[in-house]
Design a protein around this ligand. Structure first.
Ligand code: TRP
Length: 351
Protein backbone atom coordinates (compact mmCIF):
# COMPACT_ATOMS: atom_id res chain seq x y z
CA UNK A 1 0.00 0.00 0.00
CA UNK A 2 1.20 3.45 -0.76
CA UNK A 3 0.65 6.23 1.68
CA UNK A 4 -1.26 9.23 0.48
CA UNK A 5 -0.91 12.78 1.62
CA UNK A 6 -2.77 15.88 0.59
CA UNK A 7 0.35 17.39 -0.79
CA UNK A 8 0.65 17.75 -4.52
CA UNK A 9 3.23 15.50 -6.03
CA UNK A 10 6.28 16.65 -7.89
CA UNK A 11 8.11 14.41 -10.26
CA UNK A 12 11.45 15.86 -11.17
CA UNK A 13 14.20 14.24 -13.13
CA UNK A 14 17.63 14.66 -14.62
CA UNK A 15 19.49 12.63 -17.15
CA UNK A 16 22.35 10.75 -15.52
CA UNK A 17 25.19 12.84 -16.84
CA UNK A 18 27.50 12.98 -13.82
CA UNK A 19 28.72 15.72 -11.53
CA UNK A 20 26.56 18.82 -11.38
CA UNK A 21 27.91 22.34 -11.69
CA UNK A 22 26.79 25.59 -10.13
CA UNK A 23 24.62 26.31 -13.16
CA UNK A 24 22.68 23.08 -12.60
CA UNK A 25 22.38 23.96 -8.93
CA UNK A 26 21.05 27.45 -9.44
CA UNK A 27 18.88 26.47 -12.40
CA UNK A 28 17.24 23.39 -10.94
CA UNK A 29 18.57 21.62 -7.89
CA UNK A 30 18.26 24.58 -5.55
CA UNK A 31 14.55 24.72 -6.40
CA UNK A 32 14.12 21.03 -5.71
CA UNK A 33 15.50 21.60 -2.24
CA UNK A 34 13.20 24.55 -1.64
CA UNK A 35 10.11 22.64 -2.75
CA UNK A 36 10.70 19.74 -0.37
CA UNK A 37 8.41 20.97 2.35
CA UNK A 38 5.52 22.12 0.24
CA UNK A 39 5.20 19.14 -2.08
CA UNK A 40 5.71 15.42 -2.06
CA UNK A 41 8.80 14.95 -4.19
CA UNK A 42 9.98 12.06 -6.31
CA UNK A 43 13.38 12.45 -7.92
CA UNK A 44 14.11 10.35 -10.94
CA UNK A 45 17.48 9.53 -12.46
CA UNK A 46 16.77 9.20 -16.16
CA UNK A 47 19.40 6.57 -16.91
CA UNK A 48 17.62 5.05 -19.90
CA UNK A 49 17.24 8.47 -21.47
CA UNK A 50 21.05 8.71 -21.56
CA UNK A 51 21.07 6.03 -24.24
CA UNK A 52 19.83 8.58 -26.76
CA UNK A 53 23.17 10.33 -26.51
CA UNK A 54 25.46 7.35 -26.60
CA UNK A 55 23.92 3.91 -26.76
CA UNK A 56 27.23 2.19 -27.29
CA UNK A 57 29.00 3.21 -24.12
CA UNK A 58 27.03 2.34 -21.03
CA UNK A 59 29.86 1.85 -18.57
CA UNK A 60 29.72 5.44 -17.31
CA UNK A 61 26.00 5.51 -16.60
CA UNK A 62 26.17 4.07 -13.08
CA UNK A 63 29.22 6.08 -11.96
CA UNK A 64 27.56 9.20 -13.39
CA UNK A 65 24.37 8.35 -11.55
CA UNK A 66 26.22 8.05 -8.27
CA UNK A 67 28.01 11.39 -8.75
CA UNK A 68 24.78 13.14 -9.60
CA UNK A 69 22.81 11.69 -6.71
CA UNK A 70 25.66 12.56 -4.35
CA UNK A 71 25.25 16.16 -5.52
CA UNK A 72 21.49 16.00 -4.87
CA UNK A 73 22.16 14.75 -1.35
CA UNK A 74 24.89 17.30 -0.72
CA UNK A 75 22.57 20.08 -1.81
CA UNK A 76 20.17 19.04 0.91
CA UNK A 77 17.59 16.71 -0.61
CA UNK A 78 16.50 14.52 2.27
CA UNK A 79 16.26 10.91 1.11
CA UNK A 80 13.87 10.08 3.96
CA UNK A 81 11.33 12.57 2.67
CA UNK A 82 11.99 12.52 -1.06
CA UNK A 83 12.72 9.19 -2.73
CA UNK A 84 15.47 9.15 -5.35
CA UNK A 85 15.47 6.34 -7.86
CA UNK A 86 16.72 5.09 -11.18
CA UNK A 87 14.28 4.73 -14.00
CA UNK A 88 16.00 1.50 -15.06
CA UNK A 89 15.20 -0.16 -11.74
CA UNK A 90 11.45 0.30 -12.00
CA UNK A 91 10.44 -1.78 -15.00
CA UNK A 92 6.94 -0.32 -15.03
CA UNK A 93 8.45 2.66 -16.88
CA UNK A 94 9.01 0.40 -19.87
CA UNK A 95 5.51 -1.06 -19.78
CA UNK A 96 3.80 2.32 -19.55
CA UNK A 97 6.06 3.70 -22.24
CA UNK A 98 4.95 0.95 -24.60
CA UNK A 99 1.26 1.54 -23.92
CA UNK A 100 1.68 5.30 -24.31
CA UNK A 101 3.51 4.85 -27.59
CA UNK A 102 0.18 3.78 -29.11
CA UNK A 103 -1.43 7.05 -28.08
CA UNK A 104 0.78 9.53 -29.84
CA UNK A 105 1.38 9.88 -33.56
CA UNK A 106 4.68 9.90 -35.35
CA UNK A 107 4.02 13.36 -36.77
CA UNK A 108 3.31 14.75 -33.30
CA UNK A 109 6.69 13.49 -32.14
CA UNK A 110 8.43 14.76 -35.24
CA UNK A 111 7.09 18.21 -34.41
CA UNK A 112 8.73 18.09 -30.98
CA UNK A 113 11.21 20.98 -31.05
CA UNK A 114 13.79 19.23 -28.89
CA UNK A 115 14.17 16.56 -31.56
CA UNK A 116 15.87 19.13 -33.80
CA UNK A 117 18.35 19.96 -31.06
CA UNK A 118 19.10 16.29 -30.58
CA UNK A 119 19.74 15.85 -34.27
CA UNK A 120 22.08 18.83 -34.28
CA UNK A 121 23.98 17.45 -31.29
CA UNK A 122 24.22 14.05 -32.95
CA UNK A 123 25.65 15.58 -36.10
CA UNK A 124 28.23 17.53 -34.10
CA UNK A 125 29.18 14.40 -32.26
CA UNK A 126 29.49 12.28 -35.35
CA UNK A 127 31.71 14.87 -36.91
CA UNK A 128 33.78 15.34 -33.80
CA UNK A 129 34.39 11.64 -33.44
CA UNK A 130 34.71 11.06 -37.12
CA UNK A 131 32.64 7.94 -36.92
CA UNK A 132 30.24 8.92 -39.67
CA UNK A 133 29.99 6.20 -42.23
CA UNK A 134 33.06 6.66 -44.38
CA UNK A 135 31.44 5.16 -47.46
CA UNK A 136 28.82 7.84 -47.56
CA UNK A 137 29.47 11.53 -47.83
CA UNK A 138 28.30 13.22 -44.64
CA UNK A 139 25.50 15.08 -46.32
CA UNK A 140 23.93 11.78 -47.20
CA UNK A 141 23.45 10.91 -43.57
CA UNK A 142 19.88 12.10 -43.46
CA UNK A 143 18.17 13.20 -40.29
CA UNK A 144 15.94 10.18 -40.33
CA UNK A 145 19.04 8.06 -40.78
CA UNK A 146 20.40 9.42 -37.51
CA UNK A 147 17.32 9.42 -35.37
CA UNK A 148 16.49 6.24 -33.54
CA UNK A 149 13.08 5.07 -32.47
CA UNK A 150 14.24 6.04 -28.97
CA UNK A 151 14.95 9.64 -29.94
CA UNK A 152 11.50 10.02 -31.38
CA UNK A 153 10.02 8.41 -28.30
CA UNK A 154 12.10 10.39 -25.80
CA UNK A 155 9.11 12.46 -24.63
CA UNK A 156 6.92 9.34 -24.49
CA UNK A 157 9.30 7.75 -22.01
CA UNK A 158 9.34 11.02 -20.10
CA UNK A 159 5.51 11.01 -20.04
CA UNK A 160 5.67 7.52 -18.53
CA UNK A 161 8.19 8.81 -15.95
CA UNK A 162 5.84 11.55 -14.90
CA UNK A 163 2.47 9.83 -15.07
CA UNK A 164 3.55 6.60 -13.41
CA UNK A 165 3.83 8.68 -10.24
CA UNK A 166 0.78 10.78 -11.10
CA UNK A 167 2.96 13.83 -10.88
CA UNK A 168 0.93 17.02 -10.66
CA UNK A 169 3.84 19.34 -11.10
CA UNK A 170 7.01 18.96 -13.13
CA UNK A 171 9.73 21.49 -12.42
CA UNK A 172 11.59 21.99 -15.65
CA UNK A 173 13.65 24.44 -17.57
CA UNK A 174 11.88 26.17 -20.41
CA UNK A 175 13.42 23.79 -22.95
CA UNK A 176 11.51 20.86 -21.43
CA UNK A 177 8.04 22.39 -21.65
CA UNK A 178 7.28 20.71 -25.00
CA UNK A 179 7.73 17.36 -23.25
CA UNK A 180 5.31 18.32 -20.51
CA UNK A 181 2.84 19.35 -23.20
CA UNK A 182 3.14 15.94 -24.87
CA UNK A 183 2.66 14.35 -21.45
CA UNK A 184 -0.56 16.29 -20.99
CA UNK A 185 -1.81 15.21 -24.40
CA UNK A 186 -1.08 11.57 -23.67
CA UNK A 187 -2.81 11.80 -20.28
CA UNK A 188 -5.89 13.36 -21.87
CA UNK A 189 -6.08 10.75 -24.60
CA UNK A 190 -5.60 7.89 -22.16
CA UNK A 191 -8.32 9.23 -19.89
CA UNK A 192 -10.70 9.71 -22.80
CA UNK A 193 -10.17 6.20 -24.15
CA UNK A 194 -10.02 4.22 -20.94
CA UNK A 195 -11.37 6.36 -18.10
CA UNK A 196 -9.87 8.84 -15.70
CA UNK A 197 -6.57 7.48 -14.40
CA UNK A 198 -4.04 10.29 -14.80
CA UNK A 199 -3.85 13.90 -13.67
CA UNK A 200 -2.79 16.41 -16.29
CA UNK A 201 0.51 17.65 -14.97
CA UNK A 202 1.57 21.25 -15.20
CA UNK A 203 5.08 22.28 -16.00
CA UNK A 204 6.43 24.56 -13.34
CA UNK A 205 9.00 26.61 -15.13
CA UNK A 206 11.86 27.20 -12.81
CA UNK A 207 11.87 30.85 -12.08
CA UNK A 208 13.36 32.78 -14.95
CA UNK A 209 15.51 35.05 -12.90
CA UNK A 210 18.87 36.19 -14.07
CA UNK A 211 20.23 33.33 -12.02
CA UNK A 212 18.38 30.60 -13.84
CA UNK A 213 21.28 30.86 -16.22
CA UNK A 214 24.33 31.35 -14.07
CA UNK A 215 27.20 32.22 -16.40
CA UNK A 216 30.39 30.20 -16.49
CA UNK A 217 33.83 31.64 -15.85
CA UNK A 218 34.02 33.05 -19.39
CA UNK A 219 30.61 34.72 -19.15
CA UNK A 220 28.96 32.21 -21.47
CA UNK A 221 26.32 29.71 -20.38
CA UNK A 222 27.88 27.33 -17.89
CA UNK A 223 28.33 24.04 -19.65
CA UNK A 224 30.52 21.00 -19.32
CA UNK A 225 31.42 21.10 -22.98
CA UNK A 226 32.66 24.70 -22.73
CA UNK A 227 35.00 23.92 -19.84
CA UNK A 228 33.84 26.99 -17.90
CA UNK A 229 32.28 25.16 -15.01
CA UNK A 230 32.54 25.21 -11.25
CA UNK A 231 31.37 21.87 -9.91
CA UNK A 232 29.53 21.42 -6.63
CA UNK A 233 32.09 18.76 -5.82
CA UNK A 234 35.08 21.01 -6.50
CA UNK A 235 37.39 21.73 -3.59
CA UNK A 236 37.65 25.19 -2.03
CA UNK A 237 40.84 25.67 -3.93
CA UNK A 238 39.36 24.69 -7.30
CA UNK A 239 36.36 26.91 -6.67
CA UNK A 240 38.67 29.80 -5.83
CA UNK A 241 40.62 29.25 -9.03
CA UNK A 242 37.38 29.24 -11.01
CA UNK A 243 36.43 32.64 -9.63
CA UNK A 244 39.93 34.13 -9.99
CA UNK A 245 40.00 33.14 -13.67
CA UNK A 246 36.76 34.93 -14.45
CA UNK A 247 36.42 37.66 -16.99
CA UNK A 248 35.33 40.97 -15.49
CA UNK A 249 34.59 44.27 -17.20
CA UNK A 250 37.10 44.24 -20.07
CA UNK A 251 37.27 48.03 -20.03
CA UNK A 252 38.56 48.05 -16.48
CA UNK A 253 42.23 47.47 -17.09
CA UNK A 254 43.94 49.04 -14.10
CA UNK A 255 42.93 48.86 -10.49
CA UNK A 256 41.71 52.43 -10.30
CA UNK A 257 39.73 52.41 -13.54
CA UNK A 258 36.02 52.71 -12.87
CA UNK A 259 34.20 49.40 -13.43
CA UNK A 260 30.78 48.50 -14.75
CA UNK A 261 29.20 45.94 -12.43
CA UNK A 262 26.27 45.48 -14.79
CA UNK A 263 28.49 43.78 -17.37
CA UNK A 264 30.69 41.95 -14.87
CA UNK A 265 30.42 38.24 -14.41
CA UNK A 266 31.86 38.34 -10.91
CA UNK A 267 29.20 40.84 -9.92
CA UNK A 268 26.52 38.32 -10.96
CA UNK A 269 28.10 35.84 -8.56
CA UNK A 270 28.13 38.45 -5.80
CA UNK A 271 24.42 39.06 -6.41
CA UNK A 272 23.69 35.40 -5.96
CA UNK A 273 26.13 34.39 -3.25
CA UNK A 274 26.90 37.65 -1.47
CA UNK A 275 23.73 39.77 -1.65
CA UNK A 276 24.43 41.75 1.54
CA UNK A 277 27.49 43.47 0.18
CA UNK A 278 25.98 44.40 -3.17
CA UNK A 279 25.48 48.15 -2.55
CA UNK A 280 29.04 48.55 -1.27
CA UNK A 281 30.61 46.56 -4.08
CA UNK A 282 28.63 48.44 -6.67
CA UNK A 283 29.76 51.81 -5.31
CA UNK A 284 33.39 50.83 -4.89
CA UNK A 285 33.64 49.17 -8.29
CA UNK A 286 32.11 52.14 -10.08
CA UNK A 287 34.39 54.59 -8.30
CA UNK A 288 37.44 52.51 -9.13
CA UNK A 289 38.29 52.04 -5.49
CA UNK A 290 37.72 48.29 -5.64
CA UNK A 291 40.12 46.33 -7.81
CA UNK A 292 39.09 43.14 -9.57
CA UNK A 293 41.55 40.91 -7.75
CA UNK A 294 40.30 41.93 -4.31
CA UNK A 295 36.72 41.70 -5.52
CA UNK A 296 37.27 38.17 -6.83
CA UNK A 297 38.99 37.05 -3.65
CA UNK A 298 36.01 38.24 -1.67
CA UNK A 299 33.64 36.51 -4.10
CA UNK A 300 35.54 33.23 -3.84
CA UNK A 301 35.42 33.41 -0.05
CA UNK A 302 31.68 34.05 -0.03
CA UNK A 303 30.99 31.30 -2.54
CA UNK A 304 33.08 28.87 -0.52
CA UNK A 305 31.17 29.82 2.61
CA UNK A 306 27.94 29.19 0.73
CA UNK A 307 29.14 25.78 -0.39
CA UNK A 308 30.60 24.77 2.99
CA UNK A 309 27.45 23.06 4.32
CA UNK A 310 27.19 21.08 1.09
CA UNK A 311 30.81 19.98 1.34
CA UNK A 312 30.16 18.91 4.87
CA UNK A 313 27.09 16.87 3.95
CA UNK A 314 28.97 15.30 1.04
CA UNK A 315 31.25 13.55 3.55
CA UNK A 316 28.38 11.37 4.68
CA UNK A 317 27.73 9.91 1.26
CA UNK A 318 30.28 7.49 -0.07
CA UNK A 319 29.34 5.25 -3.00
CA UNK A 320 27.79 2.60 -0.77
CA UNK A 321 25.64 5.12 1.05
CA UNK A 322 24.40 6.51 -2.26
CA UNK A 323 23.59 3.02 -3.52
CA UNK A 324 21.67 2.25 -0.33
CA UNK A 325 19.66 5.43 -0.72
CA UNK A 326 18.86 4.59 -4.32
CA UNK A 327 17.82 1.06 -3.41
CA UNK A 328 15.49 2.34 -0.71
CA UNK A 329 14.09 5.02 -3.02
CA UNK A 330 13.53 2.44 -5.73
CA UNK A 331 11.46 0.30 -3.38
CA UNK A 332 9.23 3.28 -2.61
CA UNK A 333 8.98 4.31 -6.24
CA UNK A 334 8.20 0.78 -7.32
CA UNK A 335 5.29 0.54 -4.92
CA UNK A 336 3.71 3.65 -6.40
CA UNK A 337 4.45 2.54 -9.95
CA UNK A 338 2.96 -0.90 -9.41
CA UNK A 339 -0.15 0.63 -7.96
CA UNK A 340 -0.58 2.86 -10.99
CA UNK A 341 -0.01 -0.04 -13.39
CA UNK A 342 -2.75 -2.06 -11.75
CA UNK A 343 -5.13 0.80 -12.51
CA UNK A 344 -3.80 1.13 -16.04
CA UNK A 345 -4.15 -2.57 -16.81
CA UNK A 346 -7.62 -2.65 -15.33
CA UNK A 347 -8.69 0.36 -17.34
CA UNK A 348 -7.33 -1.18 -20.53
CA UNK A 349 -8.76 -4.64 -19.85
CA UNK A 350 -5.37 -6.25 -19.38
CA UNK A 351 -6.01 -6.75 -15.68
N1 TRP B 1 14.29 15.13 -20.27
C1 TRP B 1 14.75 15.64 -19.02
C2 TRP B 1 16.01 16.47 -19.28
O1 TRP B 1 16.68 16.31 -20.26
C3 TRP B 1 15.09 14.54 -18.05
C4 TRP B 1 13.87 13.78 -17.64
C5 TRP B 1 13.59 12.47 -17.94
C6 TRP B 1 12.81 14.27 -16.84
N2 TRP B 1 12.40 12.12 -17.37
C7 TRP B 1 11.90 13.19 -16.70
C8 TRP B 1 12.54 15.51 -16.25
C9 TRP B 1 10.71 13.34 -15.99
C10 TRP B 1 11.34 15.65 -15.53
C11 TRP B 1 10.46 14.59 -15.42
O2 TRP B 1 16.36 17.27 -18.46
Amino acid sequence: MTTTTNKKRILSGMRATGRLHLGNFVGALENWVKMQGEYENYHLVADWHVLTTDAEHTDQILPNTIEMVRDWLSAGIDPNISPMFRQSQVKEHAELHLLFSMLVTQSRLERNPTLKDQIRDLRDKLQARDIADKDRPDNEVTDSGLVTYGHLGYPVLQAADILLYKGNVVPVGEDQLPHVEITREIARRFNRYYGEVFPEPTGYVLKESKFSRLPGSDGKRMSKSLGNTIYLSDSEEETGKGIMSMVTDVQKVRRNDPGRPEVCNVFTYHQKFNPDEIPQIETDCKSGELGCVACKKNCAAKLNAYLAPMRERRQQYDDNAVMDILTAGEAKARAVAQDTMIQVRDAMNFG
